[in-house]
Design a protein around this ligand. Structure first.
Ligand code: GLY
Length: 392
């Protein structure tokens, strides 16, 4: 075995599971599964063709005596669909996977979400090991058991992508986060993952230490963007620890009232999902106007949520400024270069899964952490959206 990984335990209503964070872990994937008590007869691997072939071959080669079948895919938000889910289910059935067998998902957050959902459905549930290979998947998507696909729907006369509209909770049995996989990650995707880490630092608020403290994260940003492996291990570990604590307290997102519970992790996401869902939104990335990816939309969503919180007397100008600076330091866009009308953005926002009776429920940042607020009305929301359209 390679050097010992950091282990973060996620406590759940079931047995809980470990998240291993370290370097060189995928080369000994079979050993880590064995150590976690996972010794199936058959393993079906869903692997992302974006992960270097050598990394995948070595990982699959380490799986030992189990009969291994494999499906190589490349998914994006547009193919995160029920049709792809069906294809994966057909592959698992073709591999004669039994309930005592195992699914391994190796790739980014989109593959992890659909693969996890397929695992939850095959024979009413088969165990899954998540091997996230993007920063976003390591610090967020692979941990906590949320699985999903998107739906395309017509809302208020506009075609919209409803993000993660169909899904299930299906906790993994093990998560293996090998930060060496980040070395081959395109810079745009590394930056996208940093948006979720900034979110975690904002949730930690004044309690945040090390890379969970916004100013310290900002100072470390050049090192992280340069791909320093030790800094990335520290960042992934800190982020996973925060997420594990939140998930343990409210695994199924059932907390009510002022207690944000797991919904805290949706900070910035009500804005972000609307930004992603409207096909007309554009941001400037590497000199090109493009539709924002998830992490870019989350960075913008954090800024909008901070402006809204400030407007409602909950946040502070200093916090908004710190969030803006940290988002900028990660090389993420701080504004939309084009967007649909306010009414369209609001219609998209109201598709949020936290909405109740059409009323929005928003997670808002304060210096001490996050609070929940019901629909604040169009005027403050308009101010928050305008903050993403202004030139500063
Ligand atoms: N990504 C939000 C959550 O896992 O709850």
């Amino acid at each position: 075995m390679t050097g010992s990984p950091s282990t973060v335990h996620v406590s759940t209503a079931g047995d809980g599971y470990d998240v291993l964070v370290g370097r060189g872990l995928l080369a000994e994937l079979g050993g880590w599964c064995h150590e976690a008590g996972l010794n199936p007869q058959r393993i079906h691997v869903f692997e992302d063709s974006g992960v270097p072939e050598k990394t995948r071959e070595v990982a699959v080669g380490s799986l030992g005596s189990a009969a291994v079948t494999r499906t190589v895919l490349r998914l994006d938000e547009g193919s995160k669909t029920i049709a792809t889910l069906e294809r994966m289910l057909v592959e698992m059935a073709g591999a004669s996977l039994e309930r005592s067998d195992l699914v391994v998902v190796m790739g980014g957050g989109i593959l992890g979400d659909v693969g996890g959902l397929a695992a939850s459905l095959h024979r009413r549930g088969v165990r899954v090991v998540q091997c996230p290979t993007t920063l976003l998947a390591m610090v967020d998507a692979s941990v906590g058991g949320k699985t999903a696909v998107n739906l395309h729907a017509e809302i208020s006369g506009e075609g919209m992508l409803l993000k993660n509209a169909v899904g299930a909770f299906h906790q993994p049995s093990l998560v293996v986060a090998d930060v060496d996989a980040l070395q081959s990650l395109p810079p745009r995707h590394l930056r996208g993952g940093l948006a979720e880490c900034i979110k975690h630092a904002v949730i930690a608020g004044e309690r945040g230490e090390g890379l969970l403290h916004l100013e310290q994260l900002l100072s470390a940003m050049p090192t992280l963007l340069a791909g320093d492996p030790e800094a990335l291990v520290s960042l992934v570990r800190a982020s996973v620890e925060l997420k594990a604590g939140v998930v343990a307290g409210d695994e199924r997102e059932l907390a009510t009232g002022a207690n944000a519970g797991r919904r805290a992790l949706n900070l910035g996401h009500t804005f972000a999902h609307a930004i992603e869902g409207c096909g007309q939104t554009r941001v400037l990335v590497d000199g090109h106007e493009v539709h924002p990816e998830h992490g870019e939309a989350v960075g913008l969503g954090l800024i909008a949520a901070a402006v809204l919180a400030e407007k409602l007397g909950l946040g502070s100008a200093d916090l908004t400024d710190a969030i803006r600076r940290t988002v900028a330091s990660a090389g993420l866009p701080g504004r939309l270069s084009s967007s649909p009308s306010f009414n369209t953005l609001m219609a998209a926002m109201r598709q949020d899964k936290k909405a109740s009776g059409g009323q929005l429920r928003l997670v808002l940042p304060t210096p001490a952490g996050v609070v929940m607020r019901d629909d604040p009305g169009n005027e403050p929301l308009g101010r928050a959206w305008r903050a993403l359209l202004s030139a500063d």
